[in-house]
Design a protein. Structure first.
Length: 159
């Protein structure tokens, strides 16, 4: 079970008891927001891509979209999401529960700055009905990540 993989990873930091198990699915941003009783923008969605160096996981606010130009500039390749059937074997978690906790070795995790505007966010925790509420600082501290990036659009205030 993928939630057990996430729980084992989070246990290294004493956070395993903070995993929330919902009675309903939280597999999409909308479902997760309903289950958590929050706005969709506060759901930390995990997006799986292929880069020249292997799979990458970008964790971003729920109301964003990947900016193709920013992605290409940062990774030197056009964004290409992993096919559904490749996500679990390459990342370590199945679609609907993909999270940055206990990913496969070699998966690089990036945190998008779109999440920094919230006091807390809700990333998944390994399965389609689990999440954990963390501050952006905790998310950074308790994930093996490559740092904060600016790869998304759609969330900035209109000027």
């Amino acid at each position: 079970m993928s939630v057990e993989r996430a729980r084992k990873y989070l246990a290294k930091f004493g956070l395993e008891d903070r995993i929330i198990t919902f009675r309903t699915s939280s597999a999409t941003v909308e479902l997760a927001a309903q289950a958590a009783g929050t706005e969709p923008c506060r759901i930390a969605k995990s997006m799986s891509f292929q880069s020249k160096e292997g799979p990458v996981l970008i964790i971003t606010a729920g109301d964003t979209k990947i900016d193709n130009a920013k992605f290409k500039h940062f990774f030197s390749v056009k964004p290409k999401m992993l096919p559904f059937e490749d996500v679990e074997p390459l990342i370590g978690h199945a679609v609907g529960g993909v999270c940055p906790f206990g990913v496969n070795p070699g998966v690089r995790v990036y945190l998008d700055i779109s999440m920094k505007r919230f006091e807390t966010v809700f990333p998944a925790a390994g399965e389609e009905n689990n999440a954990i509420e963390l501050t952006p600082e905790e998310l950074e501290k308790y994930t093996e990540n490559e740092g904060w990036v600016d790869l998304c659009k759609g969330w900035q205030p209109q000027e």
